[in-house]
Design a protein around this ligand. Sequence first.
Ligand SMILES: Nc1ncnc2c1ncn2[C@@H]1O[C@H](COP(=O)(O)OS(=O)(=O)O)[C@@H](OP(=O)(O)O)[C@H]1O
Ligand SMILES: Nc1ncnc2c1ncn2[C@@H]1O[C@H](COP(=O)(O)OP(=O)(O)O)[C@@H](O)[C@H]1O
Length: 203
Amino acid sequence: MSTNIFWQESPIGKTERQKLLNQKGCVVWITGLSGSGKSTLACSLSRELYTRGKLSYILDGDNLRHGLNKDLGFKAEDRVENIRRVGEVAKLFADAGLICIASLISPYRKDRDACRELMQGSSFIEVYMNMSLQLCEARDPKGLYKLARAGKIKGFTGIDDPYESPLNCEIELKEKEGECPSPVTMAEEVIAYLEAKGFLQNQ
Ligand SMILES: Nc1ncnc2c1ncn2[C@@H]1O[C@H](COP(=O)(O)OS(=O)(=O)O)[C@@H](OP(=O)(O)O)[C@H]1O
Ligand SMILES: Nc1ncnc2c1ncn2[C@@H]1O[C@H](COP(=O)(O)OP(=O)(O)O)[C@@H](O)[C@H]1O
């Protein structure tokens, strides 16, 4: 709890940085169950943006838990702090003028909404990977669902820990007739949204 602190203004601001990059800083927040395809979409989106000359940066929950958040586990209060920190970091990246792609389970609605509140206007874009538990569990690329079902991991999201789906997200991606759209198709949907909202230019 710091006291006697003052905000230091910088001579070059977000407006100048956005002009330099010819884009607008924002946060694309990807939420969903483990195995729903968050990281895959984040990578595909980052690649597609790069080919269009747009600068993005991925904040991936799993990766951040190797460094910034390595003191946190998966208890409710740790997940709350995890999302709070990443929300603040995402805000900095957006302020730098980048398209910040945050990819975390972020299971609690209140925490995602708090991250949204940090951002101005419509620059927080919540993307919900609405994939069934059945699909995620069938994928199980890390074998974590198997361990959770066997009781070897306690408090696993979707098994014995809650996931609160978004009520008003900007983009919902889901299975169609039991099939999941390809990562590129999903990335294109997000890019179409960013384009329509003017984030990919700075005129
Ligand atoms: N108990 C439990 N519940 C959920 N997930 C678990 C758990 N233990 C480990 N993992 C692995 O941690 C990754 C999720 O980290 P996040 O930082 O995104 O989680 S959270 O937003 O704080 O809920 C998650 O990665 P993804 O599969 O990419 O979602 C898992 O690999
Ligand atoms: N659109 C997709 N179509 C088919 N398989 C996918 C798709 N997206 C992800 N996958 C596969 O599903 C698994 C989980 O994806 P991942 O991106 O790691 O999910 P998450 O980050 O949500 O845990 C991976 O094996 C990945 O290859």
